[in-house]
Write a protein that binds this ligand. Structure first.
Ligand SMILES: CC(C)(COP(=O)(O)OP(=O)(O)OC[C@H]1O[C@@H](n2cnc3c(N)ncnc32)[C@H](O)[C@@H]1O)[C@@H](O)C(=O)NCCC(=O)NCCS
Ligand SMILES: Nc1ncnc2c1ncn2[C@@H]1O[C@H](COP(=O)(O)OP(=O)(O)OP(=O)(O)O)[C@@H](O)[C@H]1O
Length: 224
């Protein structure tokens, strides 16, 4: 029987919003998502020891625009060499400055990069065996189409002030942090696509502990 009451570890909690059916004939494909600075990567990494396959969309987004890649060439063709550093690598700050205040330019960059990221992610996640779990750390699940490839979508949320503090301590200016949050959907919309909602309102170790309880209770209850 599925335990549907919320799970708590310290100040962090997980809430089952939309149960799913586990299949024994194919792997469980799990997306971990949430707003910038919410803690989704921390949660996803805590699931990694239980995952048979793992992919990180932000990392793949870096890989597909390494020097010499078709991805970087396509970006330069569209935006010019002003988006490059002197050593030929992508100037990430410059590209961020262009796209986070302009949704049309952001959509153009996404059109170039997202198919390349998705192709790499599929290759990594498809290596999971039928009884295993594939975990994808992916920031952008904004509509039903983006949620569709996953059996389970776990959304991580945190209070706005905490997200801002974390982003600033990671080197973004307060204005840039606000701008990135404003460029994303809000948590009410994220809830529409969540199978599980995680409140990252405790310590980091609470969040990591909660990830393990979520695996044992909901994701792989028969394996653990
Ligand atoms: C603009 C870029 C170069 C800025 O790089 P930077 O190192 O500062 O940030 P990083 O890549 O680590 O992203 C951090 C976070 O920004 C947010 N973010 C990134 N891209 C987007 C986007 N298109 N829309 C909304 N939020 C985004 C996400 O929450 C992400 O986790 C980079 O974010 C990028 O290439 N974005 C376009 C590709 C994309 O959509 N990536 C998201 C993963 S699919
Ligand atoms: N509960 C917490 N308490 C304190 N720090 C935390 C907590 N959760 C996460 N952090 C820290 O906040 C920062 C952002 O967390 P993380 O990278 O997991 O977020 P994210 O949602 O993946 O961010 P991004 O969208 O930028 O990739 C990290 O430095 C992480 O160690």
């Amino acid at each position: 029987m599925v335990v549907s009451s919320p799970l708590h570890v310290g100040g962090a909690s997980a809430h089952l919003l939309r149960p799913w059916a586990n299949s024994s004939s194919r792997p469980l494909i799990v997306a971990i998502s949430g707003g910038i600075g919410s803690g989704k990567t921390t949660f996803a990494r805590a699931l990694a020891p239980f995952a048979a396959a793992y992919a990180d969309a932000d990392q793949l987004a870096r890989d597909v625009v390494m020097p010499g890649t078709p991805g970087l060439m396509a970006l330069v063709e569209r935006f010019g060499s002003k988006i490059l550093n002197e050593d030929g690598t992508l100037n990430r700050q410059q590209l961020a400055g262009l796209i986070f205040g302009d949704s049309a330019l952001r959509a153009e960059v996404e059109q170039i990069m997202h198919p390349l990221i998705a192709q790499e992610a599929r290759a990594l996640l498809s290596t999971a065996p039928a009884e295993g779990m594939a975990v994808y750390d992916v920031p952008l699940i904004r509509n039903a189409e983006e949620a569709a490839p996953f059996d389970v979508v776990i959304m991580v949320g945190a209070p706005l002030e905490e997200k801002l503090t974390r982003l600033v301590s990671r080197g973004l200016s307060p204005d840039d942090a606000q701008q990135r949050i404003a460029a994303q959907i809000d948590d009410a919309t994220r809830r529409e696509y969540a199978s599980v909602w995680v409140d990252n309102t405790g310590t980091q170790s609470d969040l990591e502990g909660l990830a393990e309880v979520v695996v044992k209770t909901w994701l792989l209850p028969t394996v653990m």
